[in-house]
Design a protein around this ligand. Structure first.
Ligand code: NAD
Length: 326
């Protein structure tokens, strides 16, 4: 198929584009590059620089390239920022998403895979989290992602656009070509690796008095290639139906201390750490169940071990000490 990947110059989108090419699709990335990187776009993929809000450019791109399906990853995704600037999140994650849906409708494109988030569940009552568990986002990031999920349901009803919404927590790791380069960086694994490499003075642990084996929070990390494969696989259902799937690491997750210990082992260097206070709204454990996508689509993570996730991220960081910059 001819697939357009919004946000395909970003971290996860670049790997989704890479996996789509491997699966034999024709791939076009649509990205404003306001956070993404031209160099993250792999060979064989065409980059169109444009903002989702530019409906004329977007519509022309969809039509001229005979796009048949869309994987939508372009978004703002910083939880803290979303609390301070909710309007920015409603604009980019909802309004710009609606521009995309309208242009898809006009071009009669009826397939979309949406990169949602497990933040839609807020602070869940039980673990691992299933798709049927209550939706209760605690910040505008999760709220706006869920608002777009709801819009997808109405667009399906009105225009027959089929969707697959994928909800997950922490993407991590790298491929040979694509890795994590965010500014600011807020994700634990790159922060820990930067601290071990001396690029930041320390990593802060937000509380070590949780009711977990070592007192630090336990989280779900999925290798970015496994996530990308799920996006590609989800395209398969869209001929006939829509669905929502969680994606989780499949195990019991990893504590902040475990991440630091494994990173220390892999890099052979100490990671300077500072233990701070708990952050408001940080549950002790957050793990998503992947049972539904395993059963329906046969997806399972192939690089589940924390070791292989951190090893790939470290390899990428050593090859590109300045990320995608010269
Ligand atoms: N990184 C994670 O751990 C994680 C976890 C759950 C969900 N997600 C979701 O996955 C998606 C990708 O996350 P990421 O970490 O790769 O983010 P990223 O910031 O690396 O990539 C997002 C890309 O979208 C582009 N973009 C943003 N707004 C745009 C617009 N209006 N028009 C055109 N391009 C635009 C940016 O330039 C960037 O290249 C996001 O939707 C995010 O909410 C990420």
């Amino acid at each position: 198929m001819n697939i357009l990947v919004t946000g395909g110059a970003g971290y996860i989108g670049s790997v989704v584009a890479e996996e789509l090419v491997h699966a034999g699709h024709e791939v076009l990335v649509y990205d404003s590059l306001y956070k993404g990187h031209r160099r993250a776009v792999v060979d064989g993929v065409q980059l169109i620089t444009g903002d989702l809000m530019d409906n004329e450019r977007l519509g022309h791109t969809l039509k001229a390239s005979k796009v048949e399906g869309v994987v939508h990853l372009a978004a703002d995704s910083l939880v803290g920022e979303s609390v301070i600037s909710p309007g920015k999140y409603y604009n980019n994650n909802v309004t710009a998403g609606l521009v995309l849906l309208e242009e898809m409708r006009k071009c009669e494109i009826s397939k979309i895979v949406f990169s949602s988030t497990a933040a839609v569940y807020g602070e869940p009552q039980k673990q691992p989290i299933q798709e049927s568990d209550p939706i209760n986002p605690t910040n505008p990031y999760g709220e706006t992602k869920f608002a777009f999920e709801r819009a997808l349901q109405w667009y399906e009803k009105a225009y027959g656009i089929h969707y697959a919404s994928l909800r997950y927590f922490n993407a991590a790791g790298a491929t040979d070509h694509c890795g994590e380069h965010h500014d600011p960086e807020t994700h634990l694994i790159p922060l820990v690796l930067q601290a071990t490499a001396g690029k930041r003075p320390f990593v802060e642990i937000y509380g070590d008095d949780y009711d977990t084996s070592d007192g630090t929070c336990i989280r779900d990390y999925i290798h970015v290639t496994d996530l990308a494969r799920a996006h590609v696989l989800a395209l398969d259902i869209l001929d006939s139906r829509s669905s929502t799937y969680n994606l989780g690491c499949g195990g019991t997750g990893y504590s902040v201390r475990e991440v630091i210990n494994v990173a220390t082992e892999i890099t052979g260097r100490e990671c300077p750490v500072r233990v701070g206070k708990r952050r408001a709204g940080d549950p002790a454990v957050l793990i998503a169940s992947s049972d539904k996508i395993r059963e329906e689509l046969g997806w399972s993570p192939e690089q589940q071990s924390l070791h292989s996730i951190i090893e790939s991220a470290w390899k990428w960081m050593r090859t590109r000490p300045n990320g995608y910059e010269e």
